[in-house]
Design a protein around this ligand. Structure first.
Ligand code: 5U1
Length: 673
């Protein structure tokens, strides 16, 4: 290629890439695959590497970031970047509207332009001759920092304006933010790399823009919505906010699709409610909405008061994040014995409610955010979810390290954290009152001891009235005491006592399942009973012995050992047996259903000793699957007389073909029982 041809191709590639960038980031409607985009970009990179003189400021190759800076240059804004007055209630918005109409001496309703208030970082973009030449942070409103290199890496921001009619100098303002999805992905990535995650999308956006190394910013999923024009030279703009934003969109700048004109104060109230509802589904984080008088001529009449325009107001959502002091940490015990740290806080109003307790998840989380008692912490309360501590705002002067208790705060049993787990648990099992109610419900349930009539509400009553304290107390209940409970009476009480008595005659699998050992469900309980044949054998089994049982891996085995080793559990177990719980001796048996488990057979041709239907039922009785067609998954084809296409297909796929005689051998366990 001649130099002219190379130069022409570079120009063409820049135009093509800028177009596809716009389709992808601004319209969210890509026309080509990522791979194709990457190929085009690489072609341009290669040209620019060979001909550095062809590199331009608006080249898409400039989006990958530049060499790190030692500091940010200060930028004085041509027109100060103002802040907005805040309102926190409908009443304050009504007062705002009233104020404006009084000033404007009008009774007619005003048109407002309503916009979501993005939770990001305000920035100013300066375009000269349609080319992005400078980008800066708001700073103190008068002076900000030059973040041009970082802004260039954001795909959603055009390096050159599109279309025509833009002023020779155009200064656009808006919010750079991190979309919720990108924020989540970034934090997952940081955690995997052993780094500290960001507290919220705003911090993530701000942290990413404040990077002196723009190659890091280039890796961050940032976006921008524009909401105002700060300064123009050599051109004109439409006469309203709505039309101006439409014009910015024509020039390739992103504007928020959820903004629109609303009529009068009622329109403002409605828009606010609408955004409250929409907020959880929005792909970006917002902390309120903004109302602006739509007409610029009216804005001019209204003017400014101190450093905020009179013609605009932010209606803020109740703060979802607040800071307060962590006074103490207590540990609660859940149904499965999980020990959860709960933060006791200096009461604080956050997300529309006063919060004095918050979740701290687990010890790993406590260490990760490095929170100590006495710190000023950041509380997040979104919607109705339980408030949680997301970070430390300021370390306390006298910080107390939070330690996991060694013993259960309710029953005193040992607290254990299994290897590879983050949740610590009380090992008190049946002995721990905090776990007990739920455990009693499980013990009485249909697949366990099957105590008819002992439902959840009744368990609650028995427990709350202290008629039962431990599971074995069920077997010592007195009829009169039960009859005195709410909605009971003599007859119901008698029925319950009889059902409890009847439950003493059970099976070993049911009893093991009823004990509620972690991760020992019905099937595992059955396998344990059939393998060990007695409760004593299970109680004394080692981890290795247990791992020999079907379905029992190292984790389940460890749970079983821990359960039976716990002295409190041993005590309760003894008392249950002393109360008379018994079962028939367990016979060693082969489980036919497992013999052919996982095998898939296809039956074809004529069988002489049984019908195909009978053969199918027998195979299924041994746990096999019977399919109508041959595939790579087929274990074997059972071919009777005159077997045709299925046999041929099996031969082709190299699948075993069995005769009727071999089928009979396969079914032998059913006849030799
Ligand atoms: N959506 C939106 N956010 N926001 C912030 N519009 C908007 N306008 C602002 C600010 C500071 O200021 C105007 C006065 C341009």
């Amino acid at each position: 290629m001649s130099n002219t041809q190379v130069s022409r191709r570079a120009k063409e590639l820049r135009a093509i890439l800028n177009h596809h960038n716009y389709r992808y980031y601004v319209l969210d409607d890509p026309e080509i695959s990522d791979a194709k985009y990457d190929r085009l970009l690489r072609e341009l990179q290669d040209i620019e590497a060979a001909h550095p003189e062809l590199q331009t400021l608006d080249s898409p190759t400039q989006r990958v970031g530049a060499a790190p800076l030692s500091s940010f240059r200060q930028v004085t804004h041509i027109v100060p970047m103002l802040s907005l007055a805040n309102a926190f209630s409908d009443k304050e918005i009504s007062a705002f509207d009233k104020r404006l109409r009084e000033r404007l001496k009008t009774d007619t309703e005003l048109d407002y332009f309503a916009e979501p208030k993005l939770d990001g970082l305000a920035v100013s973009l300066l375009y000269k001759g349609g080319l992005l030449v400078q980008a800066s942070t708001r700073g103190d409103g008068t002076t900000g920092e030059d973040i041009t290199e970082n802004i260039r890496t954001i795909g959603a921001i055009p390096l050159t304006l599109q279309g025509q009619g833009w002023p020779a100098m155009l200064e656009v303002r808006g919010e750079v933010y991190m979309p919720k999805k990108g924020f989540q992905a970034l934090n997952e990535h940081l955690l995997k790399a052993g780094k500290k995650p960001f507290i919220n999308p705003r911090n993530a956006a701000a942290g990413s823009l404040r990077q002196l190394d723009s190659r890091i910013t280039a890796q961050r999923p940032l976006a921008m919505y524009c909401y105002a024009v700060g300064h123009i030279e050599g051109g004109t703009l439409p006469d309203t906010q709505a039309k101006t934003l439409a014009r910015l969109a024509d020039w390739g700048l992103r504007v928020c699709p959820d903004a629109r004109i609303v009529r009068g104060v009622e329109g403002c109230h409605q828009y606010y409610q609408e955004m409250v509802k929409k907020r959880p589904q929005l792909p970006y984080e917002i902390d309120g909405v903004v109302f602006k008088v739509n007409n610029f001529a009216l804005q001019d009449v209204l003017g400014f008061v101190s450093r905020a325009p009179r013609w605009a107001i932010a209606r803020k959502f109740p703060a979802e994040e607040e800071t307060t002091r962590l006074k103490a940490v207590e540990f609660q015990v859940g149904r499965t014995g999980a020990i959860t740290p709960v933060a006791r806080l200096e009461p604080v109003f956050v997300g529309g409610a006063t919060v004095s307790n918050a979740s701290l998840h687990n010890m790993d989380e406590i260490r990760r955010i490095d929170v100590h008692i006495g710190d000023t912490v950041i509380i997040k309360r979104a919607g109705d979810v339980i408030p949680k501590i997301v970070g430390v705002a300021k370390k306390g002067q006298q910080r107390i390290r939070i330690e996991l208790p060694s013993h259960c705060p309710v029953c005193g049993s040992l607290v254990r954290t299994e290897e590879g787990e983050v949740i610590a648990r009380c090992s008190g099992g049946l002995y721990c009152p905090a776990q007990l109610k739920e455990r009693i419900k499980h013990f009485a349930s249909r697949k366990a001891m099957d105590i008819d009539g002992l439902g959840d509400k009744l368990v609650d009553q028995l427990f709350d009235r202290k008629l039962i304290e431990h599971i074995d107390d069920l077997y010592h209940l007195e009829c009169d005491a039960v009859a005195a409970l709410e909605r009971m009476g003599k007859k119901s009480a008698e029925n319950l006592i009889n059902a409890i008595e009847a439950s003493k005659n059970t099976t070993l699998p049911r009893f093991i399942y009823a004990l509620g050992i972690r991760e020992v469900g019905e099937a595992t309980a059955k396998n344990l009973a059939e393998h060990f044949l007695s409760l004593e054998a299970i109680q004394h089994a080692t981890k290795e012995d247990l791992e020999a049982v079907d379905d029992v891996g190292p984790v389940v085995a460890a749970h079983i050992v821990a359960f039976f080793r716990e002295p409190h559990n041993q005590e309760i177990l003894g008392r249950l047996l002393a109360a008379g719980i018994h079962w028939d001796k367990v016979k060693k048996q082969t489980d036919e259903r497992a013999l052919l488990k996982g095998n898939i057979y296809v039956l074809t041709g004529v069988l002489h000793t049984m019908t195909r239907h009978e053969a199918k039922e027998k195979l299924q009785a041994l746990g096999a699957k019977v399919s109508g067609s041959v595939s790579k998954k087929t274990t074997a084809v059972i071919a009777g007389e005159k077997a045709g296409s299925k046999r041929i297909k099996a031969e082709k796929l190299g699948i075993d073909i069995l005769s009727e005689e071999q089928l009979q051998q396969l079914l032998a366990p059913l006849t030799t029982r």
